[in-house]
Design a binder for this molecule. Structure first.
Ligand code: MN
Length: 255
């Protein structure tokens, strides 16, 4: 709701892509009713995402808890099969096997997703906050991750090229943006802020290069209005606008 409200208060024109988001056919499908039971909420997300993809459209989800990505990827796989890649932007790996007794939460959902589509189809970018166990699992399972220091060393363009190369065997990419990938200076209103993060310019520049007609779904999550002055929600709306404009420009070129 906070990002939706913020989106009404920022300019809609993308100077990066020379496109006005108001000139793109978008539909706001409203909010998913969240159940007290996580499994039920995930089931709803899965069904809705599958429906939207079956209609030939691209679901864009906004949250909230990162665990929704697990349901969204399940819905995507239901329609398109497992030959898809998941491209994540996140300070964390979210690869724990369990956390506080739970096997399905925002700290473990990428492990479950890896078990669903296969570890070689996951790329996590902007990483800087990990546990030893997660690193061990990532290395053993051959999950690709690009630490934030590597992003800075390579620059946005080369980072996007590397993500493309790592996912070139897949039929499409599902992009998930945990907003804690940004530095808390730019996005303080997130559940688990981690210093030493990306700038909005770097994130948007990577997305501008990466988000094309191969994107089959996208989400932006973990924005927490309780911790926010409004700056995080406004930045989230801007990042979403730029990602959507990038997808649209690429599709118009293909047509
Ligand atoms: Mn995170």
């Amino acid at each position: 709701m906070a990002i939706r409200e913020a989106s009404a208060n920022i300019e809609t024109f993308s100077l990066r892509k020379m496109l006005d988001i108001e000139d793109i056919a978008l539909h706001d499908a409203g909010n998913v009713d969240v159940s007290q039971k996580l499994e039920e909420t995930l089931r709803r997300v899965r069904l809705i995402v599958a429906d939207i993809i079956r209609m030939g459209k691209t679901p864009i989800l906004i949250g909230g808890e990162h665990t929704i990505t697990y349901g969204a990827v399940q819905g995507t796989v239901e329609v398109l099969g497992k030959e898809i890649a998941v491209v994540s932007f996140d300070a964390h790996l979210d690869l724990r096997d369990e956390y506080l007794g739970e096997t399905l939460s925002h700290t473990t959902f990428m492990r479950r997703t890896s078990e669903n589509i296969g570890p070689n189809k996951i790329v996590i970018t902007g990483v800087r906050a990990v546990s030893k166990g997660e690193l061990k699992y990532a290395d053993q399972a051959a999950i690709s991750y690009i630490p934030v220091t590597e992003v800075r060393r390579m620059g946005a363009e080369a980072t996007a090229r590397q993500i493309r190369a790592l996912t070139s065997q897949s039929r499409g990419i599902y992009v998930t943006i945990d907003f804690d990938v940004l530095d808390p200076a730019f996005a303080p209103g997130v559940g688990n802020p981690e210093s030493d993060g990306l700038s909005p310019d770097t994130l948007i520049s990577i997305l501008n290069q990466l988000c094309d007609d191969r994107v089959i779904g996208l989400d932006l999550v973990e924005v927490s209005p309780h911790y926010d002055s409004g700056a995080t929600a406004a930045a989230a709306a801007r990042v979403l606008f730029e990602a959507i404009c990038s997808i649209e420009v690429s599709r118009r070129e293909v047509q």
